[in-house]
Design a protein. Structure first.
Length: 227
């Protein structure tokens, strides 16, 4: 499974474009009055203006080369500053064999840089920039109907990593370990790691393998469309 495209909703398009394009350096692929799209390695991410001030919140991770984690941390600290937890600004996930660090964007979305040690390739460069981002490695789906959504995704072979049981009150990593990409399915109200932000049911569109589109509405209901 690869996360090929993601569409998130924003309140202030200008501020978000300045952050992702001007400050961080992602390539702008398209811009209209209602949305803009950037290249995220092999993936694409679109930020679309919301028609209202309804609450929303996203978390996504960007896969980076396995050998550039410390360089990526320095780059992130210089550009935006890192989030910390109990005095630590990084974490190692044993079940993913991955190092990760986190920062906020202007609308409080939690951005993660993740270096999967067994999956992500190495890069010859000694310095880090967004040009070394590989693709989107994680994206959240927040809903209070976890079981129903898990069953819908199961029909398309999107299952919990390592065939774990679905946790109705916790965060579920869906997708194969070997693919280096996961959908994070969890309920609203849970606190995001390295953050004081609570998960909020939010509209989102996720394209998988250029073949399947996951469309969640503001009520947390999911519709799947084969492309």
């Amino acid at each position: 499974m690869k996360i090929t495209k993601v569409k998130l909703y924003v309140h202030d398009m200008q501020k978000m474009e300045q952050f992702y394009v001007d400050l961080l350096g992602f390539t702008l692929l398209e811009r209209t009055a209602d949305y803009f799209t950037i290249a995220v390695g092999e993936s694409r991410m679109t930020f679309e203006k919301m028609p209202s001030k309804m609450p929303k919140q996203y978390h996504f991770a960007l896969n980076i080369p396995s050998n550039l984690f410390q360089q990526a941390k320095i780059w992130a600290e210089e550009h935006v500053g890192l989030l910390d937890s109990e005095g630590q600004d990084e974490v190692y996930f044993e079940f993913l064999k991955a190092y990760a660090c986190y920062f906020y964007d202007p609308e409080g979305n939690i951005v993660e840089l993740i270096a999967r040690q067994e999956i992500n390739p190495k890069h010859a460069e000694v310095n880090f920039s967004v040009e070394q981002v590989l693709h989107i490695g994680e994206i959240n789906l927040t809903s209070d109907d976890i079981q129903t959504i898990a069953e819908k995704l199961k029909k398309y072979a999107i299952n919990p990593i390592a065939n774990k049981e679905i946790q109705l009150d916790g965060l579920n990593f869906l997708g194969n370990y070997e693919d280096g990409a996961n959908i994070l399915l969890g309920p609203s109200g849970r606190l995001w790691y390295f953050s004081d932000k609570k998960a909020v049911i939010s509209p989102i569109s996720i394209e998988i393998d250029e073949a399947l589109q996951l469309n969640m509405d503001e009520e947390g209901q999911l519709k799947l469309l084969q492309l």
